[in-house]
Design a protein around this ligand. Structure first.
Ligand code: HEM
Ligand code: HEM
Length: 197
């Protein structure tokens, strides 16, 4: 006979936390951000692989910057929403050690969601390259035009790119682990499925 899943066992003991999902606003903000991240990163690889004289290079870079700044805007709204409402506590069936890891991982993802756009912005504006947000308007510059500052921003941006890859990979693997190995429907908390049960 197969081992009963945690979903089933928590359902029978009626643990309320398993059945709670993030609010619709937080869910939409999460998936919009994830979508932007899955576009902005391959775009960065593509644009940095292009020849300096490629006539389309500037457009791809501007698109990268526009999506990157959109991530910053989405994250600002998300953090304010997150802090002003209640996020569902993690299911009690998840061991305390894993809960701590999840909190640290999520915290670091938020740091990245701020640090990547800000370092990119400093890189661009320090180097005197303003951003034309989706070709609609020029984003104001709030940092001085300073080559050394721009270079530092660029170095931080490139270094944090590795942390970004590692954190996203760890995040997605953690979700898969909870779904398939621990049999806790963590994904349902971010799709809204958990709230409908
Ligand atoms: C969440 C937001 C962002 C992510 C995840 C991201 C990611 C990346 C990655 C992975 C690279 C390639 C790094 C390398 O290997 O050299 C890159 C390059 C770059 N990013 Fe971003 N970026 C973001 C936002 C921004 C923003 C908002 C700007 C500017 C306003 C920007 C400007 C640049 C520039 C100019 C480069 C090319 C640097 C070079 O010439 O090597 N990025 N970005
Ligand atoms: C296929 C891709 C992704 C999947 C399947 C996924 C799934 C999830 C799930 C299920 C949660 C809820 C965890 C919980 O129950 O507490 C979550 C939370 C979170 N995710 Fe993702 N995610 C993905 C991509 C991303 C990306 C690309 C980012 C940002 C770089 C991200 C950032 C976050 C953050 C910061 C949280 C914590 C939310 C909070 O408590 O405020 N996720 N994700």
């Amino acid at each position: 006979m197969s081992r009963p899943s945690r979903v089933a066992s928590t359902a029978s003991t009626a643990l309320p936390s398993v059945h709670t999902a993030y609010s619709l606003t937080l869910r939409v903000l999460h998936w919009l951000t994830a979508l932007c991240m899955f576009v902005v990163i391959p775009l960065a690889w593509y644009m940095t692989s292009l020849d300096r004289h490629d006539p389309m290079r500037g457009n791809w870079i501007n698109l990268h910057k526009s999506i990157g700044l959109t991530v910053l805007l989405l994250t600002l709204i998300r953090v304010v929403t997150r802090l002003s409402g209640n996020a569902p506590p993690l299911p009690a069936s998840i061991p305390a050690f894993e809960q701590t890891l999840a909190h640290i991982g999520h915290g670091l993802l938020y740091v990245i969601l701020f640090a990547m756009p800000i370092s990119g912005y400093i890189n661009s504006y320090g180097g005197g390259h303003p951003v034309n947000w989706f070709w609609l308007f020029q984003v104001p510059g709030v940092v001085p035009q300073d080559k050394a500052l721009g270079h530092l921003g660029g170095q931080i941006h490139a270094l944090l790119a590795w942390a970004t890859y590692a954190l996203i990979a760890g995040h997605v693997l953690a979700v898969i682990y909870h779904q398939l190995i621990e049999r806790v429907d963590i994904l349902g908390r971010m799709t809204g499925r958990a709230a409908r049960r």
